[in-house]
Design a protein around this ligand. Structure first.
Ligand SMILES: Nc1ncnc2c1ncn2[C@@H]1O[C@H](COP(=O)(O)OP(=O)(O)OP(=O)(O)O)[C@@H](O)[C@H]1O
Ligand SMILES: [Mg+2]
Length: 474
């Protein structure tokens, strides 16, 4: 197992699964003012105060007064640590530093031994670059890396970087053990957001993604991005409905919340059918009562054959009198399934609503009184096409509120783009959770954009796999 050196920086150690690999040399890169110096010094300060590990901070500024002053604003008294021989802040030229580092028993080695140094920060290695040819710079960086390995120092090497640097990967990204990037980005066109991302860390399983950080009066504080699937423990709560897609359950914190309304916002390009089928199959196999509105693009037989792939038997559900369908279209229904299907294509909106009130709701109510669970699935765009937007706006909120109060779980398929932004935002407000899936280029993504606990997820990649449930999120 790799030994780790905790940075003591909240969030960063979680991202690193404990800390930096002991003895590794890691680049911290970022644009001016992103907090590189702060992060470096915080790593040394925490090492001294929390782990009793001495540190050296090397700056190429001749007089490092500014650093003492700046760090004081975080409450870090560097001079006091220097007096106790736990810290050295050294202002030196790059040329002399390299000379001294390479000499046997040179100033650098003496200093490391004097304070029994374990952590090092160089602020910044960008200054090693000035003027020299690319070949010499590579040699210098190699030399530096080898020296750090020899001394077994866990090191942070600060590097200035602006987002204008282009796409070529700098040489130092290859030769050092890790790369932490601090960025300042436009966010929602309203404000700039600081993010920290670990792009590389040899021998360590890292939490991927851009994590937001703040510079507070105590230094850098990293807020973890929503946890990745593998990080979340499987929940066995009775209050959650498994989707049948383990990676989706994980990001939902166990599954869909029971007794709530979820929307799946999708378009026809995205592979949503397996998501829906997997969720429905779980409900069928768990013994729930199910009501589904058949859409124009999927007949009852097509739905049944899709569900069969997900190991659910529609015929059996119908035989056991626990699956019902509402059919808006004039399609033939297999004889043996006739009793499970309500034909409503002849009903105008008013009669349709009365039919729901007089036939469907009482049926559900009597089952609910017997503690049977109901799961409802329908395609809202089909209702909009058949009944009009007005109908949906008039009834959706009351129907979902009623369903919720009765403890029914509902999954509604909808193409938010197609219904328009105003209707979509009304729908979104009326439900408890929204899963959004879309195609961008050759990839499909899925993101939880609304959740009952208020947490939205990062966008996950949707991978199509060959076996049930045919979908995996990455
Ligand atoms: N006490 C504090 N509380 C909150 N923010 C602070 C505090 N002190 C400094 N900052 C912020 O920290 C940032 C500077 O941090 P730091 O000097 O570590 O950045 P840097 O990346 O090293 O910058 P440079 O590239 O100029 O060396 C500034 O943007 C400043 O606004
Ligand atoms: Mg700095």
């Amino acid at each position: 197992m790799v030994l780790q050196t905790a940075t003591g920086i909240t969030g960063l150690d979680n991202i690193l699964g404990g800390g930096l690999p002991k003895g590794s040399a890691v680049i911290v890169e970022g644009a001016p003012g992103t907090g590189k110096t702060t992060l470096g010094m915080q790593f040394l300060y925490n090492g001294i105060t929390e782990q009793n590990e001495a540190g050296i901070f090397i700056t190429f500024e001749e007089f490092p007064d500014q650093i003492y002053h700046d760090m004081k604003s975080f409450g870090w008294d560097l001079r006091a640590l220097e007096r106790k021989n736990q810290l050295r802040v050294i202002g030196i030229s790059p040329k002399i530093l390299l000379e001294e580092m390479q000499k046997s028993n040179g100033l650098f080695e003496q200093m490391v031994n004097e304070i029994n140094c374990e952590r090092l920060v160089i602020d910044s290695i960008s200054l090693l670059r000035t003027g020299d040819s690319e070949k010499t710079i590579r040699e210098v960086l190699y030399t530096l890396r080898n020296i750090l390995r020899k001394f077994k120092l866990t090191s942070l090497l600060i590097q200035e970087r602006s987002d204008l640097d282009g796409n070529s990967v700098p040489f130092e990204h290859y030769i050092f053990d890790g790369l932490i990037r601090l960025s300042l980005k436009e966010h929602l066109e309203l404000f700039r957001q600081r993010t920290l991302e670990v792009l590389k860390m040899r021998g360590t399983c890292i939490m991927e993604g851009e994590h937001i950080y703040r510079i507070t009066e105590n230094g850098i504080y990293v807020l973890l991005a929503s946890k990745t699937a593998a990080d979340i423990q499987e929940s066995t709560s009775d209050f959650q409905l498994k989707t049948g897609i383990p990676s989706l359950d994980a990001i939902l914190g166990g599954g869909l919340d029971k007794g709530t309304i979820y929307m799946l916002d999708t378009n026809s390009k995205a592979n949503y059918r397996h998501i829906v089928a997997s969720i429905l199959a779980q409900r069928i196999n768990s013994g729930d009562r199910i009501l589904s509105l058949l859409s124009s693009i999927q007949s009852i037989e097509e739905l049944a054959s899709l569900l069969e792939k997900h190991k659910a038997d529609v015929g059996k559900g119908i035989e056991e009198n626990r699956m019902y369908f509402i059919e808006h279209y004039k399609r033939s229904i297999p004889e043996k399934w006739q009793d499970a299907v309500y034909h409503v294509h002849t009903l105008d909106n008013k009669s349709y609503n009365l039919f729901l009130k007089n036939e469907i709701y009482p049926k559900m109510n009597s089952d609910l009184n017997k503690h049977k669970n109901w799961f409802i699935y329908y395609d809202l765009n089909a209702i909009i096409n058949e009944r009009g937007t007005e109908y949906v706006l008039r009834h959706f909120a009351t129907e979902t509120a009623a369903a919720r109060s009765l403890g029914m779980s509902v999954l509604v398929l909808c193409n938010f783009k197609e219904v328009g932004i105003q209707v979509a935002s009304f729908l979104e407000r009326s439900c408890n959770g929204v899963l959004k899936t879309w195609v961008d280029g050759s990839y499909q993504y899925l993101q939880i954009t609304k959740a009952s606990n208020g947490e939205i997820s990062k966008p996950y990649l949707v991978e199509n796999i060959n076996d049930c449930p045919y979908i995996r999120l990455l």
